[in-house]
Design a protein around this ligand. Sequence first.
Ligand SMILES: [Zn+2]
Length: 615
Amino acid sequence: MSAADVRITGGFWAQRQEVNATASLRHCLSWMERLGWTANFDRVARGEEAPSAGREFADSEIYKLLEALAWESARSGDAWVEETFRSLSARVVAAQQPDGYLNTRFGGPGQEPRYSDLEWGHELYCAGHLIQAAVARARTAGRDEFVEAAIRLADHICEAFGPGRIERVDGHPEIEPALAELYRVTGDRRYLEQARLFLQRRGTGTLDHGEIGPEYFQDDVPVRDADVLRGHAVRALYLSMGAVDVAVEDRDAELLGAVTRQWRNTVARRTYLTGGMGSRHEGESFGDDFELPSDRAYSETCAGVASVMLSHRLLLAEGRPEYADLIERTLFNVVATSPDAAGTSFFYVNPLQRNAPGTEAETDRPSPRAASSQRAHWFDVSCCPTNVARTLASLSGYVATTSDRGLQLQQYAEGTIDTRLASGDRVRIRVETDYPWSGTVTVAVEEAPGEDWTLALRVPAWARGRARIADATGAERVVEEALAEVPMSAGELATVRLELPLEPRLTLPDPRIDSLRSSVAVEAGPLVLCAESVDLPAGTSLRSVAVPADAAPAAMADGAELAGVHVHEGEDPWPYGPAEAAEPDREIRIPLIPYHRWAERGPSEMRVWLPRLPA
Ligand SMILES: [Zn+2]
């Protein structure tokens, strides 16, 4: 099924797609024009010698914006979006060298030679993003000048990094999934072979690791021997995407098994409640097992985007609903958290706790990547805004899957799906829902295949045993399994209704997560909730709030509420002693809002996990 088969027409995600289309795309472009990142291409096209503006990976931000524009042009047909894609991509193509090489940072007059800094230069990383943008364009509009330029670049890379040539890898994976995807679009196996070569070389020490060590680059262990994701989170996730792509195309069960093993262990031990990945600021990396501090969480927005892309590949490869569960959790609690309501400020890091209210980010200068306690307009390293933009523009690709047996609804959004099953039969359905604000999902089959088929609706793990499904006859049953399957007869036009229980629920952590011991969180449907100090009585700190052992969340229009207690803050000169000092002194209401909306009302303390008093 292609992204074009699905249209999201209303509700939570349609609104975000609209803001992305009308605000975020222009916002990203205007910052990159202003900072000279787009002009780098014009300078290279003129053959001028000058320092490049921005960091060594600035080219990739233009490419991710181009990818977002390509998806968005297909989604909405907006004239400004299409014209901007054409004009911006023409500036990129003009900077390509006769042999296909394309990078504004290396290889030109007065610049370091090509491929002289594979560890940190990001040349193949940037090339990968260019190719991904071209793949999006080829899938939505066919082969144009930009796609042809990407093919010339890929040909150059296969030449430069083929057997007997530069037998090394890029410090930042990304070229691997890009080449595998280009193979899917062109059918040229050379790209798949080169992707496989890059994967095989990783973990064999072809990079100079310096002080940061091999794990940061996933160069410590070959991909197929690793048991868990480690090192720089975005790098680890992009590499895994490439490994799945190559494994699927080559029917390499061992390689696919290695990634599913790593995914399972990473989700079980190294993932936040929000779906966020990468707990350490140091090296933007995964921590040890169960090292998941809330306040020092890195949980980069890009790692959330990458996790969604990896899980989507695994869902397509194996069909297991847990992949779609994690996609949903991460979309609602990491991807949706990054942009503000206006679509012009973004979170780079996504901590689950903010101990000090912090300050507003500067509006006229890029922010340091992780320092902002509020969303920022742009960053010195600004990978996240364009990554959010391309994800929102291509979101329809995550909604449904097809198999030999029928169609599976994986994510819930109001819209239509018009596609063909594996049999070639056409099926058209309409989904009506106000999810995640309502748990009712109504699916009307408007055009049915000419043979019997199965409509399946994913039931998230938190809903199993409580969700109910009503088939075409109105007969209702409780769903215990991860996919609620409804057998459909040939030609039958029917309506199916799924009811997901959205009442707020308490969530407890694995006791091995030290930083969360004796804490509780509240979730409602797919949404993680959080408390913000702006909702507490004036002068009350979230540090002084706890939850009684028997507390139960009550549903509120905007989220939930917990009946908590205020704990006396002593002025002890030494914060340790033989007995617990703090005693509750009064009751306090703790309002909880969706985590994705935190920090929208100015600087505030914030907590997802609240301390729970002993019984
Ligand atoms: Zn990022």
